[in-house]
Ligand binder design. Structure first.
Ligand SMILES: O=C(O)/C=C(\CC(=O)C(=O)O)C(=O)O
Length: 297
């Protein structure tokens, strides 16, 4: 537990290990966040957690230490619908970061165009009650229908509301990316009820992508995350052209079980055991989604 004198929590380690696994050239950390710095980018009055600063310089230093080339920065709920911190980080990345925003569903076309200019390529709809006060499905659908060309929607939910969300997910008219596989109970194993229900969703459309992320959040066992590996490796194999991977740094809310980022990277070759799978997971797939103009053929 790491809380400073102002009640701001630190949910990341200051001494991540350097992983044994070396990602392929051009690897993308497709799920991470920045917090502040608060002096420049204050947190939302509605924030459910108050983190210490975890700004772009820290993110890019970690990217380099872990052997990654690029980041996809996802607006964290503590910044509400003001994407300035995320845009600032993208702007400082020298073209090596893009992002996913959280917006007021009533956002104007001009404001969406400005986000695109700033490197945003999707919007996130967060359904976790502990993180957001409300998630208006009708307004989200109206917004999804008028996103800039090439954008997608990222949806974050927990396994227990998947069935309830199905009509909403089915109606989204652009590609959909699911955060952390919709948080299945990985202790059920690869053929457990949660994974089976999730596969039914993936089988319903071929433009649903999935982040095979967060062993630290999903594993009941903890490191070295054997239960996560057992449940997720078959998913990576089966849906290899639409899986993504990310660190989730700075691990919002993980103040008591702070993961070692190098240890998270060392999970990659266990869920994607061949070089071909690793290249799809870390390079080819995220490049198609976030830097399509650089993809040849
Ligand atoms: O970082 C994640 O993906 C997960 C989060 C935080 C989050 O989504 C947010 O603050 O927006 C969580 O489960 O607390």
């Amino acid at each position: 537990m790491s809380t400073d004198e102002n009640g701001r929590i630190r949910s990341w380690t200051l001494t991540p290990s350097t992983p044994r696994y070396v990602p392929p050239a051009g690897a993308v950390d497709a799920h991470c966040h920045v917090f502040g710095p608060m002096a420049d980018f204050p947190f939302s009055p509605k924030a459910k957690y108050l983190p210490q600063d975890a700004g772009p310089e820290m993110l890019f230093a970690l990217r380099d230490q872990l052997g990654f080339a690029r980041n996809v920065i996802v607006q964290a709920s503590c910044h509400g619908t003001d994407n300035a911190a995320t845009l600032n980080a993208i702007g400082r990345s020298e073209g090596r970061a893009r992002g996913v925003a959280v917006v007021d569903p009533a956002i104007s076309a001009e404001a969406l165009a400005a986000l695109h200019e700033g490197g945003i390529r999707g919007v996130r709809f967060n359904f976790l009650k502990r993180l957001v006060d409300d998630a208006p499905k009708d307004k989200f659908l109206e917004l999804a229908a008028r996103l800039p060309a090439g954008w997608h929607v990222v949806v974050y939910f927990e396994a227990d509301i998947l069935a309830e969300l199905r009509p909403f997910l089915d109606a989204i008219p652009v590609p959909v990316v699911i955060d952390h596989m919709g948080r299945p109970d990985v202790a059920q194993g690869p053929d457990g009820a949660d994974m089976q229900a999730f596969r039914v969703l993936l089988d319903s459309r071929d433009d649903i992508w999935v982040k095979t992320t967060c062993p630290d959040r999903l594993s009941a066992q903890g490191e070295p995350y054997d239960d996560f590996v057992a449940a997720v490796a078959p998913l990576v194999e089966a849906y290899q052209d639409r899986v993504l991977w990310g660190t989730d740094w700075p691990h919002p809310n993980m103040e008591t079980r702070i993961p070692d980022d190098g240890g998270l990277v060392d999970v990659i070759p266990r869920i994607a055991p061949t070089a071909a799978l690793q290249h799809k997971l870390l390079v080819a797939n995220p490049m198609r989604l976030y830097w399509p103009e650089e993809v040849v053929g």
